[in-house]
Design a protein around this ligand. Structure first.
Ligand code: IMP
Ligand code: MG
Length: 185
């Protein structure tokens, strides 16, 4: 794997697809055990989670429904406190066991908003599954039930995650290369 350029930034190889695949298999096995006998509704948070969801759901073997919500909270490489709802929730979540599928939890602001909405709409049970988690950026209190890989607070792209719209379509995950500080004499 080589370094890639997206817009004005360089990204270096960080997590291989082999590791991502093993991680997703582990989460799917946990879900198959924990939701045995139930028919949960998987709520996929677009855009970033589409690859995670597609891989995970092929390994989920319990009866389930799948639905999609589109939100956006990022501008460039910084998380913002503004969460725009682009495609809303509907009544289907009422009374259901809902499993939210998220690509990455960073500050937790986006997920907290989603959890509030599901609670308002009367979901019976809500669990959170995220492929990636940045513990040092997390500012919230809610429980993350299924965590794939914990990563440092670096900006990453690939496997669904983007930098200003580009970089979603790689199998592996890449990490931003911070410019090295030049020592002055
Ligand atoms: P939060 O609200 O700060 O937790 O951010 C959640 C959303 O920001 C995620 O669903 C991603 O879409 C996006 N995000 C967070 N960290 C990264 C990153 O390192 N690369 C690309 N997108 C990210
Ligand atoms: Mg996302």
């Amino acid at each position: 794997m080589n370094t890639i350029q997206i817009h004005d930034k360089q990204f270096e190889p960080f997590i291989t697809y082999a590791t991502i695949d093993e991680t997703i298999t582990r989460i799917a096995e946990q879900l198959n055990t924990d939701f045995k006998g139930k028919t949960p509704l998987f709520l996929v948070i677009l855009n970033g989670s589409f690859m995670f969801a597609a891989d995970l759901l092929k390994k989920v073997n319990i009866p389930c429904e799948i639905s999609f919500v589109k939100l956006s909270s990022y501008s460039g490489t910084q998380s913002t406190t503004q969460v725009r709802e682009l495609i809303g929730f509907n009544e289907e979540v009422k009374g259901r066991s809902v499993i939210i599928l998220e690509d990455i939890i960073d500050t937790g602001i986006t997920m907290e908003k989603i959890l509030e909405r599901l609670n308002d709409m009367g979901s019976a049970e809500v669990k959170v599954a995220t492929l990636l988690f940045k513990p040092s950026a997390f500012q919230k209190e809610f429980t993350i039930d299924y965590i794939g890989i914990q990563i440092p607070n670096d900006f990453i792209v690939g496997f669904g995650l983007d930098y200003n719209g580009l970089g979603r379509n790689t199998k592996d995950i890449y990490k931003i290369v911070e410019p090295k500080l030049k020592k002055s004499c």
